[in-house]
Design a protein around this ligand. Structure first.
Ligand SMILES: *Cc1c(COP(=O)(O)O)cnc(C)c1O
Length: 434
């Protein structure tokens, strides 16, 4: 398969440059075994639920198999050759994460089970140690439940207050409202880089500049942005960043927290147990160095290695090229959806916001999103319907849920057309039978 991206073989030179015309679906599709399957009634399966979880290229699946076939052992014990190899590969994966977000050191990367756990880690350690009654945490109306609930729990424990930044009329972050709500009481702004519903990229450099003027820190939930564009923590100026392997073509059960070293150093540990200690006595213990202080117990070793290979894969395809190709798909997707009568898309249109992610959450007048999703599923098309872990956002719009098609670089223009055609047929059928 000469056209597919292999981890052994590096990209041909002419493909290393950013060409906006590159059809990445053509180039990468054969790497994803799952995407080649046939759905019910012999139709090709169309996967458009990448914002919920990504599919995995065979390079990642092979890495998992290889780890268990050849190297499986517990890490950081150094007792034998298997443990040495497992530890080297595990720590190499940590360095790959650091490089992926341009962190200055792998010591700043803490492995967690997922992004939710990474946010809970910050709330339970930094939050408990630093926040007091009357301090404020600023969130936004577009946050995922994972970036709301841990802060509600923190507010209960410490008496800190949560405030929510509003949205503009077209469904983007309202920077004026953010400036209005920011004050000396604000200790942290925690927000998504890319909304998993509105599809807008938030202006993080501006947010961090505003926050730092008041001495507030910024936590960036980069779950959705990391698969779609290059992310550089030093350029964005954030203080914490969380990401999730399963949204990045990697295995489930793996996520990470990045924070500046001096912040991590000053934070108390999260969970207690093996691996996170230096010395244990009957009545007290001392903590291991960074990042191990935050990693109690045996980690998800194979999954970390798999995530590292997933990041290699995304780097080889090229985040700039992914972004450019997905912009083309976005324009096509919106062109087709905007032509459908009675369909309303949440968030900005590409006309309002040219740099918009390749996802569309929408409602159709008079129809329930679950019915739309179920009928499309019977045509072999996987989209999501519901609140997408953003109930407050849907409540803001006065709707219980929406249907959402979220694409990736593996989607083809033909799939976008077929999705739009099936959607028109679905809407017609439901209207006729309601
Ligand atoms: C998926 C997602 C999360 C949660 O990530 P997990 O790794 O599943 O815990 C948080 N925020 C956003 C924006 C997401 O898309």
């Amino acid at each position: 398969m000469t056209s597919s991206v292999s981890s052994e073989q590096s990209m041909p030179l002419e493909m290393a440059a950013v060409e906006t015309s590159a059809n990445l679906a053509e180039l990468t599709r054969a790497d994803f075994p799952l995407l080649g399957q046939t759905a019910c009634l012999g139709q090709p399966l169309i996967y458009m639920d990448h914002a919920a979880t990504s599919q995995k290229p065979r390079q990642v699946l092979d890495a998992l198999q290889h780890y268990y076939d050849h190297d499986n052992a517990n890490v950081h014990r150094g007792a034998h050759q298997l443990s040495v190899r497992a530890t080297e590969d595990f720590e190499r994966a940590r360095q790959k994460v650091a490089d992926f977000i341009a962190a200055s050191s792998a010591r700043e990367i803490v492995f967690t089970r997922n992004a939710s756990e990474a946010i809970n880690l910050v709330a339970r350690t930094w939050g408990d140690a630093n926040l007091h009654e009357g301090d404020e945490v600023l969130l936004t109306l577009m946050e995922h439940h994972s970036n709301i609930v841990p802060w509600q729990m923190l507010a209960k424990r410490t008496g800190c207050v949560l405030r929510f930044v509003d949205l503009t009329d077209c469904g983007e972050l309202d920077l004026n409202d953010l400036r209005h709500k920011l004050s000396e009481r604000t200790r942290l702004i925690s927000l998504a880089h890319l909304s998993n519903v509105l599809g807008c990229f938030n202006p993080i450099s501006e947010v961090t500049a505003e926050a730092h003027r008041f001495g507030a820190l910024v936590l960036l939930d980069a779950c959705q942005s990391l698969p779609h564009m290059p992310v550089d923590v030093s350029r964005l100026g954030c203080d914490f960043l969380v990401g999730s392997s399963h949204k990045l073509c990697g295995p489930t059960g793996m996520g990470f927290l990045w924070a500046r070293e001096e912040l991590l150093d000053a934070m108390p540990p999260f969970l207690g147990g093996g691996e996170m200690i230096q010395d244990v006595y009957l009545d007290h213990s001392s903590w291991a160095d960074l990042p191990y202080k935050f990693e109690a117990g045996t980690p998800a070793i194979g999954e970390a290695i798999g995530m590292g290979v997933a990041l290699d894969y995304l780097n080889q395809v090229g985040l700039d090229r992914i972004h450019a190709w997905e912009q083309q798909l976005t324009l096509q997707l919106f062109d087709r959806l905007q032509a459908i009568d009675g369909l309303t898309i949440l968030g900005p249109t590409p006309q309002q916001e040219p740099d918009r992610a390749v996802l569309a959450a929408f409602t159709v007048d008079g129809l329930h999103p679950n019915d739309v999703g179920a009928l499309l599923d019977s045509a072999g098309i996987c989209i999501r319907s519901g609140h997408h872990c953003t109930q407050p956002l849907h409540r803001h719009y006065g709707i219980p849920g929406s249907a959402r098609a979220s694409l990736s670089f593996t989607n083809t223009p033909e799939e976008v057309d077929r999705f739009a055609e099936e959607l028109v047929a679905t809407i017609g059928f439901l209207r006729e039978h309601s």
